[in-house]
Design a protein around this ligand. Structure first.
Ligand SMILES: [Zn+2]
Length: 116
């Protein structure tokens, strides 16, 4: 039986229910193996990354071949629709919930960190 797993050190702080749903849905269509979340609100991402507000996760792909990665990314995108972005990176799939609201939330978070 395959399952959803967390890489050690992954911080789920602020993780949004939309992303939880997206990961569950992504796992359901994974070609084979476990779905590993390798990054959420942790790690080093672009300054305005949706990771920091809990609207993005990275999913491990190192156990899949390139055809499987492409198929998986396609199926995730098909299932989740236009509010989600699915980006195949060299060593992971970046999955984010990207709407006007989540972009606005990130602007507020960025403003907060400037004041801190
Ligand atoms: Zn990412």
């Amino acid at each position: 039986m395959s399952t959803i797993r967390l890489k050690r050190g992954v911080k789920l702080r602020h993780l949004k229910p939309q992303i939880v749903l997206a990961v569950v849905a992504a796992h359901a269509v994974r070609p084979t193996g476990d779905t590993w979340i390798t990054s959420a609100a942790d790690g080093h991402h672009a300054a305005r990354s949706l990771h920091y507000t809990g609207n993005a996760v990275d999913l491990r792909i190192r156990d899949l071949n390139s055809a499987e990665v492409s198929e998986w990314a396609y199926l995730i995108k098909e299932m989740l629709g236009e509010d989600f972005d699915v980006v195949v990176e060299p060593d992971h799939i970046h999955l984010e919930y990207d709407t006007k609201d989540t972009r606005r939330e990130m602007d507020f978070a960025a403003a907060d960190s400037r004041l801190a």
